[in-house]
Design a protein around this ligand. Structure first.
Ligand SMILES: [Zn+2]
Length: 273
């Protein structure tokens, strides 16, 4: 068993998960270190193209870009992506995570395909109608388990059974557990996951209802879920800059514990008199 598969098996405790793995879509020029493999077995930090600038730059000095981007194939094991090639350019970090995570979702939920929407343009930069998606570290993904691109809220803004909380949670845990070492600190490769504010509220209540079973990773997923309008038919996954991307501008790695953004879990801030 290769080291890669062995680490995966360790990470998931299910050996058969490794069976659906696809080779990387790009040649491995720089092989991962054993530490990188252990921290983020689904990630390629080095190959397949680099992100530059910011995911959501505001002007020409901070606009994001992509060098030697990877074109995500329109279909792969466990996923389908958009038809238009112009929507499917990704950093190696994002391409590796999408391609390696999809088979694991399908292994767990055999009828589910990960449905991937816009990522970035070939050389990055502003990408209408998105305000971000500039450097190949953002991907729009339909809520896991949905087959059509449609809201998972009803007309009153209530979460409907179209939203499969278990499948989405499984995926968010899978991606959030992928770690990298950035500026000497081990951190999740996921920077944030944008969902509609009403979906975040729903997830806070759902998590609270099973509080006794929550582990540290569940709490970390809650901190990643950022309530953002316009995300009721898909979620938006943003990754941090790979430490190998030398001119990438990303979110700072926070030190210490972050709030979950759920009133159910976060103590109110008491101002001293
Ligand atoms: Zn997006």
């Amino acid at each position: 068993m290769s080291k890669f598969i062995f680490v995966l098996a360790l990470a998931f405790g299910v050996r058969s998960f490794a069976a659906g793995l696809q080779p990387m879509p790009f040649p491995i020029v720089t092989p991962p270190s054993s530490e990188e493999l252990m921290l983020g077995p689904l990630l390629d930090l080095h190959n397949g193209g680099q992100s530059t600038g910011a995911a959501q730059g505001k002007d020409a000095t901070t606009w994001g870009g992509l060098i030697d981007a990877t074109l995500l194939p329109q279909q792969g094991v466990g996923y389908v992506a958009g038809r238009r090639e112009t929507d499917r350019w990704a950093s190696g970090l994002m391409a590796s995570l999408l391609i390696n995570s999809a088979p694991l979702v399908q292994e767990k939920y055999p009828t589910t395909l990960l449905r991937i929407g816009g990522i970035a343009q070939q050389t990055g930069g502003p990408y209408k109608p998105h305000s971000s998606h500039q450097n190949g570290l953002d991907a729009d993904i339909q809520f896991v388990g949905t087959v059509k691109y449609q809201s998972v809220l009803d007309a009153n803004g209530v979460v409907t059974p179209l939203f499969d909380v278990e499948q989405n949670w499984f995926y968010w845990r899978l991606v959030t557990m992928q770690q990298m070492k950035v500026s000497g600190k081990v951190t999740s490769a996921v920077s944030m996951i944008l969902v509609d504010p009403r979906i975040k509220t729903y997830l806070c209540a759902w998590a609270k209802s099973r509080e006794a079973q929550l582990d540290a990773l569940d709490y970390e997923v809650l901190t990643k879920l950022r309530p953002t309008e316009g995300h009721d038919d898909h979620f938006h996954l943003r990754l941090r800059c790979s430490p190998a991307y030398t001119s990438c501008i990303g979110e700072r790695v926070p030190s210490g514990k972050r709030p979950t953004g759920c009133s159910e879990f976060d103590a109110p801030i008491v101002k001293s008199l």
